[in-house]
Write a protein that binds this ligand. Sequence first.
Ligand code: LHQ
Length: 265
Amino acid sequence: MAEPPLLVDRRAGYRMITLNRPARLNAFDEAMHRALAEAIGECETDPSCRAVLFTGAGRGFSAGQDLTAQVAQPDGQQDVGAALDAYYNPLVRRLRALPFPTVAAVNGVAAGAGANLALACDIVIAARSASFIQAFARIGLVPDCGGTWFLPRLVGAARARGLTLLAEPLPAEKAEAWGLIWKVVDDAELMREAERLCAHFAQAPTVGLALTKRALDAAETNDLSAQLDLERDLQRQAGLSPDFAEGVRAFLEKRPAVFSGRGSR
Ligand code: LHQ
């Protein structure tokens, strides 16, 4: 029987989703997209899911679009934008809207859409041997999956231009030093660290974290005054969550808080 393109592991309080086409460095084909959309849908509707961990099987994280599935027409005419509309753009929008943290454990090379899908996650940790490549310029394409939006915000205009126009690999340690990712760990530590983070999120005040994500996303376009108003509104919501009451109670009782993650998120 053929290997499934995605492995989904239900852990206590979170899901681990492994891109699973290692012979092609986990490049995306339609079957993988469909499986991923379904897996994310299950996370969205399962109130016990309070974080998602993405990683890749084998030696790569993901090499982006499967180029063997993208054979150009002889006249060069093909609508690559249609693939973005059908799969990648809805995926990025959904990832960003998830009401709990997403963690990418980048175990090896992350190229093209594979790199930018990792950057769409809330926390990106990478193995020391991993690298990030904005491979698009190598094949005459434009960075997609939000790359042109994420990169300047994460690393600044000059580095965003260098990364996208030159398409050179950025080693994980440099990615950390540039602020592209949260942190680098030794290869042997990667999954342990990713699991530790997700186990932490599985017991965190999820409603407050979801609202924090919304505030940070909105800050990309708001002016300070609008952002202050938004913080007030979101704080009002967070203040009504059972986890806020528990957090304060636990503080006053000098004990660790036990957060349920419940509430509208
Ligand atoms: C692959 C791929 C791959 C198929 C490695 N496809 N087989 C969106 C919408 C629609 C259309 C177009 O694109 C997009 C967005 C995008 O993602 S565009 C960017 C697509 N990705 C790339 O251009 C990266 C292509 N891959 C590479 O440049 C290299 O493989 C990297 C630098 C990632 C890794 O190099 P190596 O470590 O030397 O590995 P390798 O090249 O030997 O790859 C291992 C195998 O994986 C190999 O197969 P083989 O049968 O020869 O062992 C590759 O053909 C296969 N593979 N990427 N995207």
